[in-house]
Ligand binder design. Structure first.
Ligand SMILES: Cc1cc2nc3c(=O)[nH]c(=O)nc-3n(C[C@H](O)[C@H](O)[C@H](O)COP(=O)(O)O)c2cc1C
Length: 431
């Protein structure tokens, strides 16, 4: 090859003109975005996102359960591929929602507002945490048109509950996401080892971590202190942000035991959709349907609460068999690829939800980072459906069970006969 031929082959990319362009040259998967977030955040803050309860068995199984399912694509033309569908009576651009995550401004000062804007742009609903670091009203004001859901815990204090529901309704939230997996707080030992508190308290380690992550430290110091303003009106002693052990105060101290009667009571108080979040027991799914609950989010809280709680994907087929058609089914936990979404839909889910993936995007690049994660999901769901041979979400849900197999299931239709195996071995040896 002559020098001028080599010159003709050389292609030099100019500098990226926007953050989005830089991300699209650098992050080809959620895992790439995770690595970028790990660089941007102090180790203890990143661990707070990453960690799970006790031995993190649920956390690990959430991911590995997806590897147990294999696709059986069908041949045929795929035309007018369309990811849009409906959820709780409204449109979604793809079958994905953003799950509530408390303390979001800790990961980037733009916090919940940046996440909500990216969700609006992508046409997917966003569940705001009760423990958000931006008020529910500010998120609403920034994103008219977004399908906003609000996350609450069941409570026996009906005066407090009604006050919260009125505020949520006035702020224009369409649905309630009600936790049924938070009777106690998961034992997240990474946080104890790291001395992590929310909001962070200043210790020598915090100062060192801040110095090593100046971009994060500057954002943290130059903006309003991390607080949980949705709670301020509810806790008479004043902002919970001043409590050193806020999570315990809220979840173990302030709330009385609650049961199905409280869910029935909630149903009578809230006329919009209710989603029970944290259901993995098929019997609970059936009771929820009987009480007129609109949807369940099959979830083990991303492995952060009860360790060894079943992986949502493992229980999904059973739950779908007993409750599909009676209420809608959303699945979260370990979803990192569009192919994971396609697997869950093939097994009976109406939609999936993500927590950590969008937090990686937020930590790495604010709204553009979350938007990039959502673009990755959209592109991956599209590609997977194309290769699987399905054109619409409805087709995927109707035919999905024939397009996916668990590795423990027999493959009767495609197991070669002994004769066929021998014939195959002969062709290989004669090559
Ligand atoms: C940092 C962090 C904070 C969370 N905070 C809440 C919360 O306030 N309320 C809630 O219902 N779930 C919370 N979750 C759980 C998520 O809503 C979701 O169930 C989980 O993250 C899904 O698993 P994934 O992270 O593997 O996608 C949180 C998760 C993370 C990672």
């Amino acid at each position: 090859m002559r020098f001028k031929d080599i010159g003709a082959l050389a292609s030099v990319q100019g500098p990226a003109r926007s953050v989005s362009e830089r991300l699209s040259r650098r992050c080809y998967s959620v895992e790439d975005m995770r690595k970028l977030a790990a660089k941007r955040l102090p180790g203890s803050v990143f661990d707070y996102i990453e960690g799970g309860g006790e031995d993190e068995a649920s956390l690990k199984r959430n991911r590995s359960s997806f590897d147990d399912w294999a696709f059986l694509p069908k041949w045929g033309s795929v035309e007018h591929l369309d990811l849009s569908s409906t959820l709780l009576g409204g449109p979604v651009a793809m079958p994905l929602t953003l799950s509530p995550t408390g303390g979001t401004r800790l990961f980037h000062p733009d916090g919940e507002t940046a996440v909500a804007r990216a969700a609006l742009e992508a046409g997917v609903p966003y569940g705001l945490a009760h423990l958000s670091t931006t008020t529910m009203e500010d998120v609403s004001a920034a994103t008219p048109g977004l399908r906003r859901w609000f996350n609450i815990e069941p409570t026996a204090d009906k005066g407090l509950l009604q006050a919260v529901l009125d505020r949520v309704s006035n702020a224009g939230y369409e649905a309630l996401l009600v936790n049924v997996d938070c009777r106690a707080i998961g034992h997240r030992e990474r946080d104890y080892h790291n001395g992590f508190t929310a909001p962070p308290s200043i210790k020598p380690k915090t100062v060192i971590e801040g110095a090593l992550h100046p971009r994060w430290a500057l954002g943290f110091l130059a903006n309003d202190a991390i607080a949980f303003p949705n709670l301020d009106a509810e806790i008479p002693e004043g902002p919970l942000s001043s409590s050193p052990d806020m999570w315990r105060t809220l979840l173990a101290g302030s709330y009385e035991p609650t049961d199905w009667d409280d869910i029935r009571d909630l149903r009578s108080r809230w006329s919009g959709p209710i989603i029970l979040k944290g259901v993995v027991n098929p019997k609970d799914a059936v009771i929820a349907a009987e009480l007129g609950i609109d949807a369940i989010q099959v979830s083990n809280h991303g492995g952060r609460q009860l360790d060894h709680m079943a992986s949502p994907l493992d229980v999904l087929p059973d739950i779908a068999e007993k409750a599909a058609g009676r209420l809608e089914i959303i699945v979260d936990g370990g979803i990192r690829r569009g192919s994971d979404v396609v697997k869950a839909l093939a097994l009976g889910a109406d939609a999936c939800s993500i927590g950590r993936p969008y937090l990686y995007g937020l930590a790495a690049a604010s709204q553009a980072g979350v938007a990039h994660v959502l673009k990755l999901f959209s592109a991956e769901i599209t590609r997977t459906m194309m290769l699987l041979g399905v054109s619409t979400i409805q087709e995927l849900r109707e035919e999905g069970r024939d397009l996916i197999r668990h590795r423990s299931e027999a493959f009767p239709g495609i197991t070669p006969t002994p004769e066929a195996q021998m014939a195959y071995a002969e062709t290989r040896s004669s090559r």
